[in-house]
Design a protein around this ligand. Structure first.
Ligand SMILES: Nc1ncnc2c1ncn2[C@@H]1O[C@H](COP(=O)(O)OP(=O)(O)OP(=O)(O)O)[C@@H](O)[C@H]1O
Length: 516
């Protein structure tokens, strides 16, 4: 393996990040040439039409199952849509394939519920083939239902008396692998009887930069504390927490030797980090207490985009930006598109405008954090099935979401940061397919956009929209815009009325005499 020096020496990075393994040196490999692949997994992969592994998957396989054999923690930075999910699910499932006793050995943490559901599906494609059960802790169902899916309690026999304490201690994990969001994971750690991380061997932090960017009730130090024995626990942040930090939950990591590391008698907790924009911030990475980490990245650029992604820009005036979007959507009719806006308010307004434009016969839906989770999941499913052609969203959908056959991403509002641009653009051209990213640009945004392109090391060409196609939409657009104005005004006056009523009732309560 050739270890290439990193190009960006001016960015302060940890020493091990300066000598990455380049994923470009790995080639797509047919399953039958993959060393040591369990034949049951080979079959399961073929059942879901996977006949070869992508380069990042081969690179991770080499570090985990091959000569590297999980000796070091892994930090993987690989473009959007390059197959990072299977890169970690496959080695974990292969490693756990021969365990007959059920206990929670692998934990995957993701920032959102939809992403966790998506990753669980990838595990579900392969894990049952080797007898492994996969659980989901995301708050999709009630806590009680979730607990009964995750924890096995001993069957009670009629006529016998049970000590409730003893009964609770006999509860054990019903799953080998758990995919979770941080909030629900913390609920189980703090309150679920029988839920334990003491057997944990693999911890995956997917979308690492996003998860490390937000504290989410200190989920990371808690997980590390619960999963590592007290003498192994080295995370610097752990000392900041009092002994009662994990509530009634205590972890004594067992000394059952499955695979010793160096002179240690217990299996090490292997940590794997994955992102298309992996953080290089030493203080953030230090929170993970990584063990001789190996850094796998693609090429020498700080930001790598999918190979077959093409970039276009549409230049317009602020007064008719939405009109240009309409003309562009007309042009892309019949192809799946995601339109990215700057915020949920914009998503809502743009979506209303597009819907009230009568001539555009396309199924358009909005996806935003204003909506209930069930509504969002339903919308996403409809988009996956092709029942919705255009999805309008803010950054809620930009990370990790994998929808097949999205041909175009349209960036309606230019984001400030390259990372945000990269994740949005990466919803297309996935799995080495072709895709197009269009950016709508006002003239005075050109300078800012050029600087973003320089940082991202990409360039875009102007996408021509003929003047006639714009003019033909003008009348319909003006009437849709008027309708939108009316609905925004009525919505705002309704909000004002509600606020006024609420304030009046608060005031009335405040002056009510207390006669107790
Ligand atoms: N070996 C493979 N053969 C065929 N398709 C694959 C293979 N591996 C992954 N895919 C498909 O590629 C798509 C992208 O994979 P995945 O979602 O894991 O990408 P990712 O690198 O995690 O992207 P992001 O950074 O956006 O989260 C998925 O639809 C997946 O089914």
């Amino acid at each position: 393996m050739v270890e290439k020096p990193q190009a960006h020496k001016n960015i302060p990075v940890l020493p091990w990040m300066r000598k990455p393994v380049d994923i470009i040196d790995f080639k797509e490999t047919p399953l039958h040439l993959l060393p040591s692949l369990d034949s049951r997994l080979n079959k399961a992969l073929k059942n879901v039409h996977i006949s070869s592994l992508f380069p990042v998957q081969v690179a991770v396989w080499q570090e985990t199952i091959g000569p590297g054999a999980f000796e070091r923690d892994l930090c993987v930075n690989s473009p959007t849509g390059s197959g990072k999910t299977l890169a970690y699910t496959l080695p974990i499932v292969q490693m756990l394939a021969n365990h007959s006793v059920k206990c929670l050995r692998a934990l995957v943490v993701l920032p959102t519920r939809d992403l966790a559901v998506q990753v669980k599906k990838v595990f579900d494609d392969i894990a049952p083939a080797v007898g492994l059960a996969v659980g989901l802790a995301v708050g999709q169902s009630s806590l009680v239902d979730e607990i009964s899916a995750l924890i096995q309690t001993p069957k009670l026999e009629a006529g016998c008396c049970y000590d409730p304490e003893d009964y609770g201690n006999k509860s054990r994990s019903a799953v080998d692998i758990l995919v979770a969001t941080p909030g629900r994971l913390m609920d189980h750690i703090n309150t679920t009887k029988g839920f334990t991380l003491e057997h944990l061997r693999y911890l995956v932090v997917d979308e690492t930069d996003r998860l490390l960017g937000e504290a989410y009730q200190s989920w990371l130090p808690t997980v590390l504390k619960c999963a590592c024995s007290s003498d192994e626990m080295l995370a610097p942040c752990a000392e900041a927490f009092p002994p009662s930090f994990c509530g009634s939950f205590k972890t004594i990591r067992r000394f059952g030797v499955e695979r010793g590391f160096k002179d240690k008698a217990y299996p090490r907790l292997v940590k794997m980090l994955f992102s298309a924009t992996l953080t290089r911030n030493p203080s953030k990475l230090s929170l993970l207490d990584l063990h001789h980490p190996v850094f796998l990245t693609t090429g020498e650029s700080r930001y790598a985009f999918p190979e077959k992604l093409e970039f276009f820009k549409v230049i317009c005036e602020s007064s008719d930006k939405a009109l240009y979007l309409l003309a562009l959507l007309e042009k892309l009719r019949g192809e799946k598109c995601i339109v990215f806006t700057s915020c949920k308010k914009m998503t809502h307004r743009l979506c209303s405008l597009l819907k009230s434009f009568g001539n555009l016969q396309m199924r358009i839906k909005g996806y935003s954090s204003c909506q209930h989770q069930a509504v969002r999941s339903k919308t996403l499913n409809a988009f996956r099935k092709g029942e919705v052609e255009v999805l309008v969203s803010s950054d809620n959908l930009s990370r990790g979401t994998d929808v097949e056959a999205v041909s175009n991403v349209i960036i309606y509002d230019v984001p400030r940061y390259v990372k945000a641009y990269l994740h949005r653009a990466g919803r297309t051209a996935r799995a080495f397919q072709i895709g197009r990213c269009f950016t709508l640009l006002l003239r005075d945004e050109m300078k800012k956009f050029n600087s973003l392109q320089r940082k991202a090391e990409i360039s875009s060409t102007v996408f021509p929209l003929p003047a006639e196609s714009i003019q033909s939409l003008q009348a319909g657009y003006t009437s849709a815009f008027d309708k939108l104005k009316e609905s925004v005004e009525s919505e705002e006056s309704r909000k004002r009325r509600i606020n006024f009523k609420t304030a009046r009732s608060h005031k009335a309560k405040a002056v009510k005499p207390t006669n107790v």
